[in-house]
Design a protein around this ligand. Sequence first.
Ligand SMILES: [Zn+2]
Length: 251
Amino acid sequence: MLTRPNRWYLKYAHIIAYNIIFWYCSVMTNFDPTNPIFVSTHLDDVVLSCAYYVGEHPGTQVATVMAGAPDIELDDWSARTTGHLRAQDALRVRTAEDNAAMEALGAVPTRLDLWDLPYLNGQPRDPDTVYRALATSLPSEVESIVGPLGLTHPDHRVVSDACIRLARDLGLALYLYADLPYGHTYPRNITDRLAELAVRGLRLTQLDPVKSAVDKPAVCDLYATQMDELRGSFKTFDASLSAPEQYWRVQ
Ligand SMILES: [Zn+2]
């Protein structure tokens, strides 16, 4: 008669797994930047990605990089979502929505005058321009930069790289956040980007995930013109708003 091996440990696999995860989480450290500035690529990225943290820390500074527009008409994302073909009219609508979201979170916005990618008319983005714009706008009291990990969207990557370079050049603490909804819908993009940064010699430590009592879906709804298009573009969009936020310390 065949006897089955006594794999007793399978019976307790879930308990073992839970304890390994609990141990791993218990050695992670809190996301607790000193005098930070959060860097947003577009007029909604920090709210989509960091509202649970920012809303719990009133007075947090948020700098949005691509917050300018040329005096042209263009049928792009902003035109479709806002109903305004003229770029500066569309920008006005999106800035008003961002002001409402910043106010709801108690955050302090600053906006750089760089143009969104569609307005560049196919010209490549100059990384030095982004770096210089960020460097000249940085308040002197800032001690930490919290930038995007730089997922999927080419402008998110350029802004992420500018944050990495700026923190190194100025000797500031650097943290990166998972760009949402990109990182939630396409988790493979997170692992690819982490691997790329590791090859570049950066050491990234994942910190405790952040979730708070902030009503993040309600704050995101303040970007009223953006919600339908975002839901249509990202299949896990709503789930990404209730997921814990992810941050890394970079050294
Ligand atoms: Zn964006």
